[in-house]
Design a protein around this ligand. Structure first.
Ligand code: AMP
Ligand code: TRP
Length: 327
């Protein structure tokens, strides 16, 4: 069985962008692949986190994985920090990476722009991400478009290790949706929808109540035309809403275009909102049930044990090939 690994940071509310770009594919792939899904808390602390908020968000993201449809009996769901092999292989990958290639990472450039002091963890973040993936010899990594560059670096590091020390790591492939790989902000379609945007009207959080979702979508910026047409270059706002709609309804892009021909944006925006509400309401109900059940700790313990068992032989072999004396 081919392997899949992905992770999401517990740094703030998850958005519809995370869901469409990544989590929906997690759910899909679990039926055909051996899957590992992590809450990457060690990545989250590359920027300052308030400890109580980090703890709460970590549990919330784990519960959202399960609420979104990941079956913990099928897939291993765990906290990155619960499997110490990540930190260990992360260090080895750091030693294999070059300043120049890390400096080119756009996520680093964005997150460090204008900051007076920038943590070194933010800089070496992609080496830890490479370790996350390579530890399990993942074949496919479901992510949104913004992670493509990190995946490229992971492939380079895997190849570098294999060439220098001996064949060990599988070279992973990104698994990115064709439509919806980059869900954009509702107030500015040139920026990706992000939980770190200070304007909450710019994103839909997975836990936003239905009326908030309706309000945010009715206020979503659109162009001054009236044609519902998927054309990301010339109509980025409408195309973004079409991406959201098709993912939340399973109505194809072509069918959506045909359905609203000659009708303007009003009815379309209302229907997008109802589709999003219909998708998120059951997820929110499951989320509340899981949080109340007090079962998350058990899922995470089971997931971490499975992950640790899968990761241990790879870490040991990486150390052996690099010339470490094994205990
Ligand atoms: P993060 O929240 O940065 O940990 O991202 C978790 C996953 O969600 C990654 O695979 C991202 O590529 C994906 N993602 C985040 N924001 C978006 C977005 N606006 N559109 C599509 N995918 C996204
Ligand atoms: N860097 C990813 C993000 O910001 C999160 C991440 C960490 C990840 N480790 C990973 C994604 C391994 C896929 C595989 O979204």
């Amino acid at each position: 069985m081919k392997k899949v690994l992905s992770g999401i940071q517990p740094s703030g509310q998850l958005t519809l962008g995370n869901y469409i770009g990544a989590m929906r594919n997690f759910v899909k792939l679990q039926h055909t692949h051996r899957c590992f899904f992590m809450v990457v808390d060690m990545h989250a602390v590359t920027v300052p986190q308030e400890p109580a908020a980090l703890r709460e968000q970590s549990e919330a993201v784990a519960a959202l994985f399960i609420a979104a449809g990941i079956d913990p009996a099928k897939s291993s769901v765990f906290m990155q920090s619960h499997v110490s092999a990540h930190a260990e292989l992360g260090w080895l990958m750091t030693t294999l990476s070059y300043m120049g290639e890390l400096e080119r990472m756009t996520q680093f450039k964005d997150k460090s722009a204008g900051k007076e002091s920038v943590g070194t963890g933010l800089f070496t973040y992609p080496a830890l991400m490479a370790a996350d993936i390579l530890l399990y010899n993942a074949d496919q990594v479901p992510v949104g478009d913004d992670q493509k560059q990190h995946l490229e670096l992971t492939r380079d590091l895997a190849h570098r290790f294999n060439t220098r020390f001996g064949e060990l790591f599988t070279i992973p492939e990104p698994y990115i949706p064709e439509v919806g790989a980059r869900i954009m902000s509702l107030d500015d379609a040139s920026k990706k929808m992000s939980k770190s945007n200070p304007n909450p009207g710019s994103y839909i959080a997975l836990l936003d109540p239905p009326d908030v979702i309706r309000k945010k979508l009715s206020r979503a910026v659109t162009d001054s035309g009236r044609e519902v047409k998927y054309d990301p270059k010339n109509k980025p706002e409408i195309s973004n809403l079409i991406s959201i709609y098709t993912h939340c309804s399973d109505i194809s892009v072509a069918e959506i275009e045909a359905k609203y021909e000659g009708q303007g944006y009003g009815a379309f925006k209302k229907d997008v909102a109802e589709a999003v509400v219909a998708t998120l309401e059951p997820l929110q109900q499951r989320y509340r049930d899981i949080r109340e059940s007090g079962e998350i700790g058990n899922f995470l313990r089971k997931g971490a044990a499975e992950a640790a068992e899968a990761a241990a032989p790879t870490l040991r072999e990486a150390k052996r090939l690099m010339g470490f004396l094994l205990p």
